[in-house]
Design a protein around this ligand. Sequence first.
Ligand code: GLN
Length: 455
Amino acid sequence: VELVNAHLEAIERLDGRLNSFITRTPDQAREAAKAADELLAKGEGGALCGIPLGIKDLFATEGVRTTAASHILDNFIPPYESTVTANLKRDGAISLGKLNLDEFAMGSTNLTSAFGGVENPWKRQGSDARLVPGGSSGGSAAAVAAGLVLGATGTDTGGSIRQPASFCGIAGVKPTYGRCSRFGTIAFASSLDQAGPMAKNLRDCAIMLESMAGFDAKDSTSVDKAVPNYEAALDRGVKGMRVGIPKEYRTDNLPEEIAALWDQGIAWLKEAGAEIVDVSLPHTKYGLPTYYIAALAEASSNLARYDGVRYGERVTGPSLDALYEATRAAGFGDEVKRRILLGTHVLSSGYYDAYYLRAQKVRTLLQRDFLQAYEKVDMLLAPTAPSGAFAWDEKPTDPVQVYLNDVFTVPASLAGVPALSVPAGLDSKGVPLGLQLIGRFFDEETLFAAGHVLE
Ligand code: GLN
C-alpha cells in the first residue's frame, strides 16, 4: 500500500507536466494494493506482488478505457484483458493506469498522440526546452524515468520500446517475435508487433518479461517454448562470447558522440572477456524502406476495422459509406491517415508486386543477413538510435526525416530477432544515450547477460 501510494502521489505531483498517463486508475490500484498486502502478510503472492506498473494504452484492459492514443477509440472500454497484462496481474502486479503513446503506436516522438505530447523528464544542461521521450512507447519510458511507476509495458514494431528507452535513460527489451502473446494488443503491423518490458534496469525487465512471456493459444503466432529464468541469465557474464559489430551501421553521418559511446561499449565488453568481431549485414540500407512499406501495408489493413460501427467514436452520415468516411476523417490523426494512404497504395493492384511483394522479399534478405552473422557471433552491438532526445520544436516537419530515426531498430524487427536497449551514457548536453544488443531467435538470455555488463 505504501509503495503504491508513493507512486500515485508522484503521478499527482509530476504528471500534469509530463502527460505520461492517458487514464489513471488510482482507486483500483489502492484496492489491489490492499489485497497484495494481505497476500504478502501470509507469505504468498507472485513475483510482482504489489509492484506498481503502468500499461501502454495499446493493451486492452478489461473495464478500463483503452484508446491507442486515438480519438477514434476515445470511449472504448474493452470487455476483455490482453494476455500480457493478464499475466502481469496473475503475478501480482498493480496497474496505476494507461500510458500515453504515439497514435496507434505510429511514431518516434510521442507527439502524434491525440491526447497531447509527452515530456521527457530529462533536460539538456542549461536549457529548459521540452525534450521528446521518443516513441511510440513514450509515456511508458517517461513514466519509468520519472519514477511514476517501477516498470511499464511497451510494444515494439520497429523500435518503439528500444528508442524511447534510449531517449529516457532506461532499459527496454523487444523479445523475439512470438515470445509474448499479441492477444488483446491493438494491432499496428501484426507480423512485427511484439510486447516487452521497460524498466530502470535489466533486472526489473527480466522479472517482468518472465511474467509477460509464454505460449498463448489465442495468438496463432505465439510460440510454444518454455520461458527461461531471465533473471538468472543476468550474471552469466560474456567471457568467451563473440560480439559482432555490424559495419553498415557505422554510417558517415553518425554523430561523433554516438560513435564514441559505441566504441566505449565495445571496450566494456572486451574488458569483460568478450571477443569482438567485425561483421557485415549487407542489406541494412534497405531496412527503412522495407519497414515503411511492410508495416504500413499491414497497418492499412488492420485499421480498416475502425469504421464507426463496431468500435469507439461514430460520426453519422446519410449513408453507410458517408458514416465510414466522416468517422475516419474525424477519428484518425494526420500520421495515421498518411500511413493508411501509403499502405493502401502499396497493396493496390498494379503496385502490389512493385512495392509490397518486393518488400517481403527484401525482408527475407535482411533476415538472412542476421542468420549469416550468427554463424560467426552470438550477438550484435550497435547504437539504439542515431540521436539522443531532441526538443519538441526540433521535430522535423518532413515525416521521412522522422522515419530516419528508426534506422538502427527496424532491421531486428523485420528479422523477428530479439533486441534490447540499455542506458550507456550521456551526450555532451547531458541527455541519455542507449546501446543496443541484437540476438539470436529466442536467445534473450544472452542479451540480458551482455546488457548487464553495459548498464
Ligand atoms: N517509429 C516506428 C514507426 O513509426 C516504430 C513504431 C513502433 O515500433 N511502434 O513506425
